[in-house]
Design a protein around this ligand. Sequence first.
Ligand SMILES: NC(=O)c1ccc[n+]([C@@H]2O[C@H](COP(=O)([O-])OP(=O)(O)OC[C@H]3O[C@@H](n4cnc5c(N)ncnc54)[C@H](O)[C@@H]3O)[C@@H](O)[C@H]2O)c1
Length: 278
Amino acid sequence: MITSTQLDGIALVVGSGRGIGKEAAFSLAEAGARVVVFADMDEETARASSEESKNYASSKDYQTTTFKMNVEDDKSVQDMVDFVVKEYGRLDYCVNGAGVDNGVHRSLADIDIENYDRIMNINTRGNLLCVRAQAAAMREQTPKTWQSRNGTRDIGRGVIVNIASANSFAGLPGKGCYTISKHAAMGITKMAGLDHSPDGIRVNAVCPTWVRTPLLDEELRKNPEVQGMISAIVPIKRAAECEEVSDAIAFLCSPAASYINGTSIIIDAAVTTTVRLF
Ligand SMILES: NC(=O)c1ccc[n+]([C@@H]2O[C@H](COP(=O)([O-])OP(=O)(O)OC[C@H]3O[C@@H](n4cnc5c(N)ncnc54)[C@H](O)[C@@H]3O)[C@@H](O)[C@H]2O)c1
């Protein structure tokens, strides 16, 4: 018997070579996932992360592997899902974390449309391709139940968690391309949750503000004022640790979240709640 926050199935994490995706994969392994597949365009970091996950996995039967793919490529996304189902028999938990940041900040009137297309291709179209292939595979498998203290709970056929952003709800001056792409990622989350609820598939998102990842380090190097912005804007005066996001992802995958669907957890220490008067 497993507790409500424990996992015991097959997990696929897209964008798990580094950053939030990597920590999400570790949190799923820690919570009891029997298999974690590390999918990423960067095979080397995916392999290193997959290897490292063995240190945290709690299932005695834990298995892990990698899959090189690109969310911009429809066939590569489909191949990834087909691989997991063929190799492990089903797909219980998917996390979609492959994403890119805005690049140079520009007002909407000055947006570079090539940059916009690139970001939308990865953050939005790529996310849609992943959710489409994952939901189609989950729809075909038998639903699961979980034994609670009050009886048997239906926990459905599978769970998908998208890594969206606080920018799915609020903007940041000059960050239009990214903000638009992450609003759309929330649209995908809502629609997939709605459309596939009758199939027993839950689709949710986590929406963090700044998280301490290589991507943030890169942004800080290019734009040191971001550090000042974090201190000024985030009430807790620091960026989130990756674990503070990945633990919420593991929760959303678990039986404890079995009635949560088509929505998101905003992980922002109250940034999006704050009205700024100066
Ligand atoms: N870092 C933050 O502060 C922050 C805040 C809010 C939301 N997010 C979102 O979280 C997600 C992960 O961000 P991160 O900071 O961990 O980024 P990251 O750059 O550290 O990691 C992203 C991973 O995705 C992979 N990837 C990128 N493009 C890909 C593609 N086309 N196909 C396959 N894999 C690809 C990269 O190789 C990398 O391993 C992104 O969607 C980002 O928008 C990040």
